[in-house]
Design a protein around this ligand. Structure first.
Ligand code: AMP
Ligand code: ZN
Length: 718
């Protein structure tokens, strides 16, 4: 603090204040020209120099820093990050038209509803990003939120402030008196997406499947500095309450947004009829590849807000807009090889390896061919030119060969007879599509099982990536999952990573990583039992089955005991149902005879039993600490179905509260349903309840039941 203040000091402060304000106005102006209008007036260097001058003034006189200063994008207080935010009005999703015919149906119906009035459309590109809501009060950016479920989103203000094209202050000429909410899409340009994925790869992290996930992930960073480094950008396309701003059409909304300082996509077209809309859609598809950002379709909106109001909304989406989705992008490339992947249960999967191509925003070079039959059905051969695409725009897929380009020497592919890892025989059981390596000692299977234990849904050893697991196996430190718990700092730090320095010396893992790994290994000792059980990799025991087992048995020992009991066989007067009921495993909800047999086989193997014993000795917690129910089980025997949107709780939370009282919560209505709780916009489940005579409760009834634990709501059936 500079005190006491001399007249010279206050003179300095005053001129600094004036200069800072001048600079901010100037910087805002150029940022607007650059980001929103894409027509900069000055060079990047000149712009940077303005920012630096402002930074130096603010450095000298911190009291002059304002929240909307262009220097204050990163590092503002991380406003209760990711806290739930109730949207002022709902953010709807869009109905899709999967092809031009479906689009036509929508256009015709919409034009019909308009009757004699002219029905103009506005066509916009459908930006493949993540939706965003921005609230400005007194022209200042107060809050940024994700869409969430449309009613409640997450507060991402601190992160969104780092996105340079988002104005921290509305351009004053366009600023109204009361808070304004605007909406749009935040996205990652194609080039930045590729770069980010290359970096992820270097860091050993999983790449993002598509730009949309990358944008959403970048927005949900704990550290705004990370978001700032991600190069996110926005296109705004909607205003929460357009009528409050005196706007009468989508065209006017877009103009208002542009004037207010937002980036608005320039590829917008007013279309007077269906032909013009179709023409825009085909043109958009044509230019898709040449755009610097990813689009996945065209959004067609009724221009007039009055007409929009009349058309209204379904429970999910406006009737006045539709998203025309592009057909999945397909590319051709050359099939270099078909290799075999051995899964942790020995399943052998043929995988196509082809020349890398960019499809729907990311580079792909491999795609699963699932099984032998699938390769035969598609008749793809090594050397073929093949068509590839991404299923659901995420998972790479081989569509088929281009027969005209088949090299004459290309031979039909056949599944090799032996495992690429252990050279053991590959078996295919009658009636099964999958082929397997049945050698339990197969190194490839072992590696997969070990990596599976460390993975997210299992023991979740943070940082223990596939590569490190591979090295640990290769260097003989890891044979079975219990070996993880014998790893020490020293052993890990000196682990040869298999990489070499330029001088030829080997690169070891090092102390920092080793320490982190030891810490995450320790944490993994106390993962929920269902995860650990899943992590053991028992065939057919996925995470849901594992949860069911833990729910029924509570500890590994009791599961093992149940597995050791010999189940009665049906026949001799014992029906299949009775046999199943007498089998402690198969009588668990969600576990059939096939799963039960697989669990038995697992526990019958002494090697597996030994691994479990070693895990226990290593301090891994193999029993669920069951908490005594904290609430009286007043709802035991009752089954609830929740449908429609609730305002007080999310459905998950309401469901959990009901379960805490002993109720069952189910996803579908049947005669056995005790109550259907119908929130807003309840759909077919409500109808089904009425049809079956199942009592329907309101949200208020539900709240009362949860609060009092009293099963009978006064309102009762409707
Ligand atoms: P979908 O997620 O496929 O159901 O599509 C709906 C989403 O498209 C909306 O939630 C928006 O986030 C996004 N979107 C992208 N571009 C636009 C646009 N120009 N107008 C409206 N929504 C858009
Ligand atoms: Zn094998």
């Amino acid at each position: 603090m500079r005190s006491p203040m001399s007249s010279q000091d206050s003179e300095d402060l005053r001129s600094a204040l004036m200069r800072a304000e001048e600079l901010r106005r100037e910087i805002e102006h150029h940022a607007y020209r650059y980001y929103a209008l894409d027509t900069p007036e000055i060079s990047d260097a000149a712009y940077d120099s303005l920012v630096r001058e402002l930074e130096s003034i603010e450095g000298e006189f911190p009291e002059l820093i304002t929240a909307d200063s262009p220097t204050q994008r990163v590092g503002s207080a991380p406003s209760s990050q990711f806290a739930p935010v109730q949207h002022a009005s709902r953010l709807y999703s869009l109905d899709n038209a999967m092809d031009l015919d479906e689009l036509d149906v929508w256009l015709r119906r919409t034009i019909e509803s308009a009757g004699i009035r002219p029905c103009e459309f506005v066509c916009e590109l459908k930006i493949d990003g993540s939706s965003l809501s921005l609230t400005y009060d007194d022209a200042l950016l107060m809050r940024a939120a994700t869409r969430g479920d449309g009613r409640v989103g997450e507060d991402v203000t601190a992160n969104v402030r780092t996105i340079r094209d988002v104005p921290l202050r509305l351009r004053t000429s366009a600023s109204p008196g009361s808070p304004v909410e605007v909406r749009g899409e935040v996205y990652l340009p194609k080039a930045s997406f590729e770069r980010l994925n290359a970096e992820q790869d270097l860091a050993g992290s999983a790449p993002f499947a598509n730009p949309r996930n990358a944008a959403a992930g970048s927005l949900r960073q704990k550290d705004p500095g990370v978001t700032a480094s991600r190069d996110l950008a926005t296109f705004l396309y909607a205003v929460g309450e357009p009528r409050a701003l005196g706007l009468a059409s989508q065209t006017e909304v877009l103009t208002w947004l542009r004037d207010a300082g937002f980036r608005v996509n320039p590829d917008v077209k007013s279309c007077a009829d269906a032909d013009a809309v179709r023409a825009f859609c085909s043109a958009a598809l044509e230019k898709r590849d040449s755009l610097p950002y990813e689009i996945d379709g065209v959004v067609v909106k009724v221009d007039s807000l009055a007409l929009q109001d009349e058309l209204g909304y379904t429970s999910k989406a406006p009737r006045w807009a539709i998203a025309y989705k592009f057909p999945p992008e397909e590319k051709t490339t050359v099939l270099r090889d078909i290799v075999l992947q051995v899964g942790r249960t020995g399943a052998i999967t043929p995988v196509a390896e082809f020349t890398p191509v960019v499809v729907a925003g990311s580079t792909i070079a491999r795609a699963t061919l699932h099984n032998e039959d699938e390769v035969a059905r598609k008749d793809v051969r090594i050397g073929d030119t093949i068509v590839v695409r991404k299923a659901g725009d995420v998972i790479p897929e081989v569509v088929g060969p281009v027969l005209g380009l088949r090299p004459p020497e290309a031979e039909p592919w056949r599944l090799p007879e032996s495992c690429p890892s252990c050279a053991g025989p590959i078996w295919r059981e009658e009636g099964e599509v999958a082929s397997r390596c049945t050698n339990v000692a197969c190194p490839a299977q072992r590696l997969e099982r070990l990596a599976h234990w460390a993975s997210r849904g299992a023991a979740d050893i943070d940082g223990m990536g596939y590569e490190i697991v591979t090295r640990l196996v290769e260097t003989g430190l890891l044979h079975d999952v219990s070996d993880y718990y014998a790893l020490t700092n020293d052993r890990l730090a000196s682990l040869d990573t298999g990489r070499l320095r330029v001088d030829g010396s080997v690169i070891t893992l090092g102390d920092t990583i080793a320490e982190k790994l030891v810490a995450s290994i320790d944490v993994s000792r106390k993962r929920p039992l269902s995860r650990l059980l899943f992590g053991l990799g028992i065939r057919h025991v996925g995470s849901t089955v594992a949860e069911a087992l833990v729910g029924a048995f509570g500890s590994i020992d009791t599961v093992a005991a149940a597995a050791a009991a010999t189940p009665p066989l049906p026949g001799d007067g014992l029906t299949i149902a009775a046999a199943r009921a007498a089998d402690p495993l198969a009588s668990v909800d969600g576990i059939g005879p096939k799963i039960a047999a697989s669990i038995r086989a697992f526990f019958a193997n002494p090697d597996n039993v030994a691994v479990i014993a070693r895990l226990r000795d290593a301090g891994v917690v193999l029993a669920e600490e069951r908490q005594a129910p904290t609430r009286t089980q007043t709802l035991t025997g009752l089954t609830f179905v929740l449908t429609g949107a609730l305002t007080r709780y999310t459905r998950d939370i309401a469901g959990a509260a009901l379960k805490e009282l002993g109720a069952k919560v189910s996803g579908s209505v049947s005669k056995k349903t005790s109550f259907v709780v119908a929130g807003e916009d309840a759909g077919s489940k409500y109808d089904k309840a009425v049809e079956l005579g199942v009592p329907v409760l309101s949200e208020e009834d539900l709240v009362r039941i949860i609060e009092t634990g009293e099963p009978h709501a006064s309102g009762g059936a409707q």
